[in-house]
Design a protein around this ligand. Structure first.
Ligand SMILES: *Cc1c(COP(=O)(O)O)cnc(C)c1O
Length: 377
């Protein structure tokens, strides 16, 4: 059976190098904050074009650490996309702030700047919460509309935190994902564009003081000068040396050929499916790292039919996401309705993501497309 994201094919390709790296770490036995961690942080910062990279335990902690560093808490409003993974909003709740969901653009699946501005104006008019942070999400690998979002942030005095857990490798013109806003975060969960062999995450910033504060916060709030003097309450959120060593090899593969390969796979899909079913659209000047290749079908019934037909041919497909955040049980006390989020609500019924990774062959893409088109005829 075909894999949705074939991590084993990748390992087989990189095996010698990854195995050697793992041996290196075990020989060194510097399992926490070893040299590989420092090396990886520098290479990642260079890759995305930002001054500082602070690695941490996962993409969820990365978001929370930034909100903690900015002192976001009770009475603060944090705006994020309604169509995303729970962590984009959970980070606000967990620091005591209130997440405010914003509907998406039907073409890009990303936060709709017009709806964002309306939500900020509404929160200001209500006068209960103070608008503090916008967390745009680079969904499925495609950067959000930062040129417009950053203008809105400036107009209303908000900070921007780019949730690029799915976005590493994307770009707008020559500006890389993880370089937008006041800070950016990513995840190295195995199935993300750059994944490790367990959990991992990173934060990217340009501000030296913020970098120092985040390094302290990820290590129990310890003072930069004295390991056993703690000035603030922090988290224990570290990237293991083993994961960093694996990521060094994977980053090399990602930047030298995997990103190009996955873009090629997307082009194969699009050329076979375009005009017959709604394929992903790409605004001019944007590059996606194709964390997902997501179609929009006509309705829930058609999606179910396609999903079943693919499964019958041994082809996995996934629904990202079956619920908007406004439909999550954990936020039921907000009493939000589907009518307030028409685009997200439609997408939860119609989207379907196809197998996607850099090691997919052209004949495999052909098979998926043939199976899919047959189910629609
Ligand atoms: C995966 C993901 C996260 C969380 O990353 P973890 O490493 O799993 O904690 C946050 N935001 C988005 C959009 C994600 O897809």
């Amino acid at each position: 059976m075909m894999q949705f994201r074939d991590l084993n094919a990748q390992y087989m390709h990189l095996k010698a190098k990854i195995d050697a790296r793992i041996q290196e770490v075990i020989q060194d036995s510097n399992f926490i904050f070893g040299a590989h961690v420092v090396d990886l942080e520098q290479k990642l910062a260079n890759y995305v074009g930002r001054k500082y990279c602070i690695s941490c335990a996962n993409g969820t902690d990365a978001l929370q650490l930034v909100l903690m560093a900015w002192g976001v808490g009770a009475e603060d409003a944090v705006f994020t996309s309604d169509f995303t993974f729970i962590a984009s909003a959970g980070c606000a709740s967990i620091v005591g702030a209130t997440p405010v969901f914003v509907d998406i653009d039907p073409e890009t699946f990303n936060i709709d700047p017009d709806a964002l501005e309306k939500a900020i104006v509404r929160v200001l008019a209500e006068g209960k919460l103070k608008p503090k942070v916008i967390i745009p999400v680079d969904l499925f690998g495609l950067p959000a509309d930062y040129p417009r979002i950053e203008r809105i942030a400036q107009k209303y005095g908000l900070r921007v935190l780019e949730d690029s857990a799915q976005g590493l490798g994307g770009a707008i013109d020559s500006k890389q994902a993880c370089s937008f806003g006041d800070a950016a975060t990513t995840s190295f969960f195995p199935s993300k564009p750059l994944g490790c062999y367990g959990d991992g995450g990173a934060i990217f910033v340009d501000d030296e003081a913020l970098d120092a504060q985040l390094r302290s916060l990820r290590a129990q709030g310890r003072s930069p000068h004295d390991k056993y003097d703690n000035c603030i309450v922090g988290m224990n959120s570290r990237l293991d040396t083993l994961q960093a060593a694996i990521l060094l090899e994977k980053l090399y593969a990602f930047s030298s050929f995997e990103l190009d390969a996955v873009i090629q796979v997307a082009e194969w899909y699009t050329s076979l499916l375009q005009g017959k079913v709604k394929t992903p659209s790409m605004p001019r000047g944007y590059r996606s790292s194709w964390a997902q290749y997501t179609l929009v079908l006509e309705d829930a019934a058609q999606r179910e039919l396609v999903k079943r037909a693919l499964a019958n041919d041994g082809i996995p497909s996934m629904v990202y996401y079956p619920r908007g955040l406004h439909q999550q049980n954990v936020f039921r006390m907000m009493n939000l309705s589907d009518a307030q989020f028409p685009v997200t609500t439609r997408m939860t019924r119609c989207v379907l993501s196809l197998p996607m990774h850099p090691y997919l062959r052209q004949d495999e893409v052909q098979n998926v497309s043939t199976s899919l088109l047959r189910s629609l005829s």
